[in-house]
Design a binder for this molecule. Structure first.
Ligand code: F6R
Ligand code: MN
Length: 187
C-alpha cells in the first residue's frame, strides 16, 4: 500500500519567507501608524507610503483550537529618534498567548501586562519568546537589517489595538549613539 506523503509549507530560516501555495501578505506603511511614534513632526516628514513592516501568513483553518503561523518582517529605521516598530496589541481574547521565534536581524520584543508593567526581551536569530496571555506585544527593530520573527498564535485570539491607543509604557530610542529604553507616562 502506498501511503501518500504531502509536502508541507516551509520557512527559510535565513530570512523568514514562506514557501507555500497559499499565502496572505499585508504591508503596514508609515502613514498607517497614526499616533504610534512620539515625534509627530518627524513622522509627518516621512512619506506615508514608506513601508515599515510586512506580515506574511500561511492560510490555515480557523476556529477553536486552530493556529495561525505568520512572519513579521520589520524594516530598520527610525522616526526621529525612535526605532521602527509594529503597532502592538493585546489579543482580543486576553487569555490567549503566542510564541515568537527570532529568525533574522536584531531587536526587542516589548511586553506589557494589563497593569501597565513593561519589559523587554532581546530578539535575535533563534530566540524563542513565550508571550503569556493578558500581555500586549510589539516588535522593535534596533538593528541595521530587516528584523524577521515567526509567530504562532490561536486563530481565535483576535487583536485589540484600541486598548493601547495611549501607547506602551516604554519607548526605545537612539540617544547619544546608544539604544535606550525610556519610561513614559502616556506612551
Ligand atoms: C499576531 C502577532 C503578529 C503581529 C505582527 C504585526 O497575533 O502578534 O503576527 O500581528 O507582528 O503587529 P501588529 O499586529 O501589532 O501590527
Ligand atoms: Mn499577537
Amino acid at each position: 500500500m502506498n501511503i501518500p506523503v504531502s509536502l508541507p509549507p516551509s520557512v527559510a530560516f535565513l530570512n523568514g519567507h514562506f514557501t507555500a501555495e497559499d499565502m496572505i501578505a499585508k504591508i503596514t506603511h508609515c502613514g498607517d501608524l497614526v499616533a504610534v511614534f512620539h515625534d509627530q513632526t518627524a513622522w509627518q516628514s516621512i512619506p506615508p507610503e514608506t513601508p515599515i513592516y510586512q506580515v506574511e501568513m500561511l492560510k490555515s483553518p480557523q476556529g477553536e483550537g486552530e493556529l495561525f503561523v505568520g512572519t513579521t518582517h520589520l524594516n530598520p529605521g527610525r522616526v526621529g529618534d525612535e526605532f521602527y516598530m509594529t503597532r502592538g496589541h493585546f489579543h482580543q481574547r486576553r487569555e490567549q498567548g503566542e510564541v515568537y521565534l527570532g529568525l533574522r536581524g536584531s531587536g526587542l520584543l516589548l511586553l506589557q501586562n494589563e497593569q501597565g508593567e513593561a519589559r523587554l526581551e532581546q530578539v535575535s536569530p533563534g530566540s524563542v519568546h513565550i508571550i503569556p496571555g493578558f500581555t500586549a506585544h510589539r516588535l522593535i527593530n534596533t538593528g541595521t537589517e530587516v528584523l524577521s520573527a515567526l509567530a504562532v498564535w490561536p486563530t481565535i485570539a483576535g487583536h485589540d489595538y484600541a486598548a493601547l491607543a495611549q501607547g506602551f509604557a516604554l519607548r526605545v530610542v537612539l540617544q547619544d549613539g546608544n539604544i535606550q529604553a525610556k519610561e513614559v507616562q502616556n506612551g
